[in-house]
Design a protein around this ligand. Structure first.
Ligand code: GLY
Length: 433
């Protein structure tokens, strides 16, 4: 099977590594990829937001399957163009990807499907936003209706900050903002692979969105993650499949916009039960860097089955024992800005680490490039995700942080508390079911 992966972040590096280990994959190409991806796949250039260009590249490469990593190409209709070219595609149509592309659409689908989520108002004016903020009170949750590259959500105790974000959203042409009730309780990311009918959940993960320890500072794309969740209620995945994932997939199919690809449910396990915080239409980043390394089932056949409507024929997924923890290393200034060109050292040394109990380290590259001298340098906000695997969460965490200490670049930032509360047994699901 020849596979083309679209994207160039840590998520796509993890997808390419998983595909490169699958014997059924005879050729792997990634566009644009990054220097880390180049170790396992051929790299090509493409404008990922140009559906016709991606379809042309897929034809030129002779792809049997295209896997679209990020949300923006999906919303732009890349999967539609690839399918129209007669090539199987793992990723929803532009219409179905509105589940992530528009928070208001996602709320509409949840209401129609009876999926539990936070109460909300969709506001198109500052006056409406003010009324909504005052109806819910602090903490305020303000979400840009449209895609905002991880910068669309503000959660704050400060009404002025909440209103300023709402204003910035509604004052754009056709701008809208979704203001919703705050959900308490730990958050969980649950991914499901679907062909539009059958839904196959993966292992749950937890990610860490704020830049600083103890969830301080501004939101980021994600500063670390771990999987599985030793504290999660035993029936969580089955409950979310029945009450969230399957009804959502069924509702989209009923509307004539079937969702084939990766449905990502961001959940809060609140004191009043499990609630959906958000849906995404693609693998999460950095959760993919802990979920896929634990998947034992070869990935390509599952993605191809989702793309061709045959997921009901796939055997139950198999998983490696143990756990994985990933720590993101970000460049100076992130998330407000990012600094390029800082030389990165120690990636190889980190990947050489192992433990007597079979622990290992893998470094997934995201914002990296090679400079004129061929040195690996920073080229974006989130630069690396250092994933440690171990027989349990504590050992995996130790491996990840040991790997991190081998790596160095000027201005590097990371969190020191990824998975620490879970290892200490301090995370509790508030859910009463
Ligand atoms: N880690 C959050 C996301 O991928 O959106």
């Amino acid at each position: 099977m020849k596979i083309l992966v679209i994207g160039g972040g840590g998520r796509e590096h993890a997808i390419c590594v998983a595909l490169s280990k699958d014997d059924s994959v005879t050729a792997l190409c990634c566009a644009p990829g990054n220097p880390g991806v180049a170790e396992v796949a051929e790299l090509r250039e493409v404008d990922a937001l140009d559906p016709a260009a991606v379809a042309a590249l897929a034809r030129d490469f002779g792809a049997d399957l295209v896997v679209v990593g990020p949300e923006a190409p999906l919303v732009a209709g890349v999967a539609d163009a690839v399918r129209a070219a007669g090539i199987a595609c793992f990723g929803p149509s532009g219409e179905a990807a509105q589940l992530e592309g528009s928070k208001a659409f996602s709320k509409e689908i949840m209401a129609a499907a009876g999926v539990p989520t936070a109460e909300s108002f969709v506001c198109a004016t500052v006056a409406e936003a003010e009324r909504a903020l005052d109806a819910f009170g602090a903490p305020y949750v303000v979400k840009d209706d449209a895609l905002a590259a991880g910068k669309g959500v503000v959660v704050t105790e400060d009404r002025a900050e909440a209103l300023a974000h709402a204003r910035a959203c509604v004052e754009r042409a056709d701008g809208r903002v979704v203001i919703e009730a705050y959900l308490d309780g730990p958050e969980v990311s649950l991914f499901a692979i679907t062909d539009g009918t059958t839904v196959l959940p993966l292992q749950p993960a937890q990610d860490f969105k704020r830049i600083g320890d103890d969830d301080q500072g501004p939101n980021t794309g994600g500063m670390g993650a771990y999987s599985p969740l030793p504290w999660a209620p035993a029936g969580l995945v089955a409950e979310v499949l029945e009450r969230v994932l399957q009804p959502t997939v069924d509702e989209l199919r009923r509307r004539g916009t079937p969702f084939a690809g990766l449905l990502y449910a961001g959940l809060a396990l609140t004191s009043r039960g499990t609630r959906v915080v958000e849906f995404n239409a693609r693998f999460g980043d950095p959760e993919t860097q802990v979920v896929l390394p634990l998947l034992r089932t070869p990935l390509a056949e599952v993605l191809m089955a989702a793309a061709t409507g045959t997921l009901d024929r796939i055997e139950p997924l198999r998983w490696h024992d143990g756990a994985a923890v990933t720590i993101v290393l970000a460049s100076a200034g992130y998330p407000a800005s990012s600094r390029n060109g800082d030389v990165i050292r120690g990636v190889r040394a980190a990947e050489m680490l192992s433990s007597a109990a079979g622990g290992s380290v893998r470094v997934y590259q995201a914002g990296t490039a090679l400079d004129a001298d061929g040195e690996l340098v920073t080229a974006g906000g989130r630069v690396l995700a250092v994933t440690g695997r171990g027989r349990d969460l504590a050992s995996a965490r130790k491996m990840a942080y040991s790997g991190l200490t081998e790596i160095d670049f000027a201005g590097a930032q990371h969190r020191g508390d990824i998975a620490s509360a879970a290892v200490a047994g301090k995370v509790r699901a508030a859910s009463e079911g």
